[in-house]
Design a protein around this ligand. Sequence first.
Ligand code: FAD
Ligand code: SIN
Length: 513
Amino acid sequence: MTTALVIGSGIAGLYTALELRRRSDIQVTVLAKGALAQSNTWYAQGGIAAVLPGRDQVGQLPPGPDPDSIESHVTDTLAAGAGHSDGRAARILCSEASAQIGRLVDLGTLFDRAPDGGFAVGREAAHTAARILHIGGDATGAGIAAPLIRAAQADPGISVWEHAFAADLVRENGKVSGAVVVRDGHQRVVSADSVVLATGGAGGLFAHSTNPSVATGDGVAAAWRAGAAVADLEFFQFHPTALNVAGHPLISEAVRGEGAVLRDASGRRFMADYHPAGELAPRDVVSRSIALHLARTGGEEVFLDATKLGADFLIRRFPTLNAVTAQAGFDWARNPLPVVPAAHYWMGGVWTDTAGRTSVPGLYGVGEVARTGVHGANRLASNSLLEGLVFGARAAEAIVAERAPWPTVDADTLSLAPGPVRAARADMQRVMSDHVSILREDAGLRIASKQLAEWHSNGSSVAERETANLLLGSRLLAASALARTESRGAHYRADFPGTSARKGSPIILRRAL
Ligand code: FAD
Ligand code: SIN
């Protein structure tokens, strides 16, 4: 019997599992290190970008090109990616979107509808058209995840293991053949013909993140230890508008898409000083502008002013955010919200081809853990849920077809010995936030690299293993950021503020074996 082990229960993992079952009788095991719903996917707000044939455009902002086109979605994706995207991957993402949205609908996903019965679509930053499908206004992630979870649980060919932590991959004879899994305090090896990493992102690298606590970069760390190539790790996206309270809950970009604006402490709209598209500039530009503006003017936060949208509209369009802001003590219909940028999405990850194949036979990567090159140096809003669907389906197809030959990639090798001092996760996050976040420069990156190299985390608890993974991820990120001596997308070097065609190639790394 052929088997697949899918590590992760977000959109990418669950959709890959379901697509494997739709196409074959492969027996699938899905692991989630917490409860099934504990994933970045569940918390996604704004929506999922897709150009659908024949849908009506609605929304309050002036419409973009009419009619919208896949070509325009590709162009926006590439523009946000700052000249660093894989054009073929971007074209695949945008052109295969509508087929996958159709599958989600078949699985019971209830996208919001416009009064005429067509899909309701919103606008988000750096999209030239309103093309963001959403669910429950601002609860898109849960609206997609819930039917996927139901479908996976209903399939007798899918075994779902919650609270099962994949500690490492097993590599034998040059091929990944399973994973070491810790569950109920016991460690065991789970073998499989194919292993799919769908472990999501790594917001835990930084002190402030929009991500839930499961996002600790376990997949990148495990793949690295197994000898797989990783790429573009210097590109980490900071979302411009996290509410500046404990936990930093995200305030969706869709709020700016509907017309909310950013103001500084003096009440002045400042984004036009930095980019002609103002609040709807690409996400990296808005986050960097906020950081620069705060550095120039002082202060710790800026303000998202949604007051002109009115209480009725805010409650109807953003019911979840309305509750989140009220719970934090704010009335956003009356007063601007204090916001700061927070770590949100890792463009870099485990190198894969457009069928999810990593550089090590038997190992696939899908969703946020993977670096297909589709997002380049900066992901376009609402392209990530879509990535999980499109590349999840393609990985399933490749696993079933067992395509040959396996891809190879040229990578520089790097050796990272653990340091002598036991690491505290909060100290590591502080170093990353101080020196390796939105604004970077050589001296700070060297301070961070030196400090990170002093630390280790070698305990056997899940928390200690996560800290070890974060430490490894942070060292790889800092090394990549130091090596990229230019600014591009989410990677900004104050000492190299320009973008250089000569220095643009991807930084691809592999462990020195
Ligand atoms: P995840 O959904 O993060 O799932 C990862 C899974 O891996 C989890 O089940 C976790 O338990 C499991 N896992 C991790 N490590 C291990 C391990 N060691 N062992 C076992 N299991 C493990 N994108 C959009 O396109 N549109 C949006 O509107 C949007 N809004 C967002 C809002 C927020 C607050 C956040 C945080 C992100 C948002 N994003 C959005 C980004 C998007 O949600 C994620 O990039 C995407 O959901 C990632 O999906 P994934 O399946 O790759 O990973
Ligand atoms: C948001 O709703 O602003 C998040 C969208 C995304 O990360 O794509």
